[in-house]
Each structure stands twice: as structure tokens, then as C-alpha cells.
Design a binder for this molecule. Structure first.
Ligand code: 0X9
Ligand code: ZN
Length: 301
């Protein structure tokens, strides 16, 4: 099993993923979707019971922002639940009877390593741009690219990059989702912090056509999440709940790829510790997220 009581560095996480594949060869496989600027491999972990050929897919990505360590840790927890629970846990059995899960636990490995080795609060990837480093991968999608809430300045934390999908990490997510095609039922992307359960749009305050449906599912997810440890989450469209931000991933998956169930979740906390969330909150954060996650999935139409 995966030990979620501490944060683990990049090499340790890779070791845990390899161990999952070794421990659950009939359930877990992996594939590579890109190579970062510093040469690290972007690795998707697929969990599939094999009960249904070409089952619908739930996509989950974590760590698009380097410093949001509880995001990476929550993806690892979800993988642990899906694997260790299969065969014994009714919820997991039901999930894996109907869906395959494709999980990208470390979307931005170069940034993650930098946040461990040099600058704990690093957010972007590590591509050099002039005198500065990094594009914000969550401003690099082709969803009103370069618009409000993204910076043209390479040194800014929200630098959108030179062009839409200039970054390996965003292009790899796009290409993977396009390859999965109509199998993709839902996309979840995990951030921290603020305790928000959000859906499109981020680039405009206009409400999406599926606002009522996304709000319905989000309300059920948050109710289930809160029932676990009493943690309150706010839900709604991104632009209303947090701020207008262009070039984000879920606007692209919703609007361009047509994936109705596109969610961006800001995990714990509400700012007391912020990005430096103590490790003893990893498990409760992930436990309550998992309740929201499976409740959302169970209520898809
Ligand atoms: O600004 C962001 O990218 C996210 N907040 S964070 O503090 N984790 O950086 C919000 C992302 C919302 N999603 C989109 N704008 N698509
Ligand atoms: Zn983030």
C-alpha cells in the first residue's frame, strides 16, 4: 500500500507507481505521454478491471502547479484506494465495474522537483524564457489563450507561455484526451488551496450551457465530501468562485473537447497553512476528496 502520511519527493512517487504496477498487474498499467524540458517522463497510470471493453474513462490529473503538494498526494491516495479496494470495497468495485481511471499524478515533474530542491513555492514548469523560468501550464491551453487572468510577462507566476500548447505538459494532456476520444466521461484536475469544487468557465463569467447539471453534481459531491470530516467547500463556476483565468485546462476540455463533466478542485485548506499544508492533513484531505469524487461519478447522467 501507499503511505499517505508524508509528502514524498519525485523519485519516491515514481517508485510507488512502479510498485503499484508490480503489485496489481491485472488492474494497473501505465503509458508515457510526453517528456519534459528537463527530460522527465509524463506517466499516466490506468486502472481498469477489464470487465468492460473500452470502458468510459475518468481522467484525473494532479500537480499541474508544482507547489500544490497535497494535489500530487491525493492522486496517489486515489490510486491506492482504487487498487487496494478492488475486490473488497463496494464503492471501488462499483466504480471499476463501470469505468476505467486514467491518472496523471505528476503533471509538472520539473516544477515539482524544483519545489523540493530549490524553491518550495515554485508554481510553473521550468522552461527558460529569457531571463526567467517557466510557463504556467494552467494558462497554456487553447481556451481564450492570453486573455484575462494570464500574464504576458515571462517572469510572472501566471505567464501563459509563447503560444497555446507551447508546453509539453498541456500538449500531452490534450493529446491523451483526444486519443481517448469519446470514452472520456469526466475530467478532474486537482489544485490547492481554498476548498473549492469548480467547473467551467474560468475565462468568462458567462455560464456554461451545462451549468445546472454541473451545479447539481457539484452540490452532491460537496455534500458527500463535507460528510466525511465536516470540511466546507464552495462550489460553482470558476470565474464566480475564484477569479477569471484564461487558458485553463477544464475550459478546454469542456468547450473544445466537449467533456461536460470537467471539474477543477482546490483542495485544503483555506489559507491557514496554504500550500504548506501539514502532512497530517493529507489523508483527511484525500479521504474527503475521494467521497466527493465517487459521489460525483455515481451521479453522472
Ligand atoms: O489559478 C489557477 O490556475 C487555479 N488556482 S491556483 O491557486 N491553484 O493556481 C484555478 C484554476 C481554475 N481553472 C481554470 N481557470 N481553468
Ligand atoms: Zn493550482
Amino acid at each position: 500500500d501507499i503511505d499517505s502520511t508524508t509528502y514524498r519527493d519525485y523519485d519516491t512517487l515514481l517508485g510507488e507507481l512502479a510498485q503499484l504496477e508490480a503489485d496489481f498487474p491485472n488492474l494497473v498499467s501505465s503509458y508515457e505521454i510526453g517528456t519534459t524540458y528537463e527530460g522527465r517522463t509524463l506517466k499516466v497510470i490506468a486502472v481498469s478491471s477489464g470487465q468492460v471493453a473500452n470502458a468510459p474513462v475518468i481522467w484525473l490529473d494532479c500537480g499541474i502547479h508544482a507547489r500544490e503538494w497535497v494535489s500530487h498526494a491525493t492522486c496517489m491516495y486515489v490510486l491506492d484506494q482504487l487498487t487496494s479496494g478492488y475486490g473488497s470495497d463496494d464503492v471501488v468495485n462499483a466504480l471499476l465495474a463501470a469505468y476505467d481511471f486514467h491518472v496523471l499524478p505528476i503533471t509538472n515533474p520539473d516544477g515539482y522537483v524544483h519545489s523540493w530542491d530549490a524553491d518550495r513555492l515554485w508554481r510553473k514548469n521550468r522552461v527558460p524564457y529569457g531571463a526567467c523560468f517557466g510557463a504556467d501550464v494552467n494558462r497554456n491551453f487553447d481556451s481564450n489563450f492570453g486573455g484575462e487572468g494570464a500574464s504576458d510577462l515571462a517572469c510572472a507566476d501566471t505567464y501563459h507561455g509563447p503560444s497555446a500548447f507551447s508546453e509539453v505538459e498541456s500538449a500531452a494532456i490534450r493529446d491523451s484526451l483526444i486519443a481517448l476520444g469519446s470514452r472520456v466521461k469526466a475530467v478532474f484536475t486537482l489544485h490547492s488551496y481554498s476548498q473549492y469544487w469548480m467547473f467551467p468557465y474560468g475565462y468568462t463569467t458567462d455560464r456554461p450551457a451545462d451549468y445546472d447539471e454541473l451545479n447539481r453534481v457539484s452540490a452532491l459531491a460537496v455534500e458527500a465530501l463535507t460528510a466525511v470530516h465536516g470540511t466546507s467547500y464552495v462550489y460553482g463556476n470558476i470565474a464566480d468562485v475564484i477569479y477569471v483565468a484564461s487558458g485553463g485546462s477544464v475550459d478546454y476540455t469542456y468547450e473544445t473537447l466537449g467533456i461536460t463533466y470537467s471539474f477543477a478542485v482546490e483542495l485544503r485548506d483555506q489559507g491557514q497553512y496554504g500550500f504548506l499544508l501539514p502532512a497530517d492533513q493529507i489523508i483527511p484531505t484525500a479521504e474527503e476528496f475521494f467521497a466527493g469524487f465517487y459521489t460525483a461519478i455515481q451521479n453522472f447522467q
